[in-house]
Design a protein around this ligand. Structure first.
Ligand code: ATP
Length: 141
């Protein structure tokens, strides 16, 4: 049997995923990285982005928001502030969050202390919408 990697994704609230997979691609803060079984161990921080994992021919998409990834030859552990599988993303909620963040950002200048907070909210909502679309769901305007 071919070797696999145990992918575990944990947030402060729950164990989001625990599955044997063939390949993982994650949004490292220094750039996206890919992991196959037998990878050299490393530890990295994550940014807001899309995480994908492959099981055979199936590719699954998830949204992750910040955190850490620990890679060992047989396991990838993701400790994220938030993580959602594509099918559980509430599109209307993400759209509302996007619109609210865009509205707030228009009122702020880059020097405002809340600018980065709102920019991060906008980024999270855009990634959630991007990932939700991967399931073939449509965004209703
Ligand atoms: P919102 O502004 O939409 O309420 P938020 O910024 O409060 O979002 P987060 O702090 O990123 O949300 O996440 C809080 C919890 O809600 C996490 O468990 C996250 O997985 C979940 N969550 C946030 N947005 C969505 C969404 N659009 N669909 C499904 N779960 C979501």
């Amino acid at each position: 049997m071919a070797e696999t990697i145990l992918l575990e994704i944990v947030t402060p609230d729950r164990l989001v995923l625990s599955e044997e997979v063939d390949e993982v691609t994650a949004p490292g803060s220094e750039g996206e990285f890919g992991v196959l079984p037998g990878h050299t161990p490393f530890l990295t921080t994550l940014k807001v982005g899309e995480l994908t994992y492959r099981k055979g021919k199936e590719v699954h998409h998830m949204a992750v928001s910040w955190g850490y990834a620990e890679v060992t030859p047989k396991k990838v552990t993701i400790l994220a502030e938030a993580a959602e599988i594509a099918a559980e993303i509430d599109i209307e909620r993400a759209k509302a969050a996007m619109e609210k963040a865009e509205k707030e950002l228009k009122k702020l200048s880059k020097e405002d202390k809340d600018y980065l907070i709102e920019a991060a909210r906008l980024e999270k909502s855009l990634i959630r919408l991007q990932v939700a679309e991967r399931t073939g769901k449509t965004i209703i305007h």
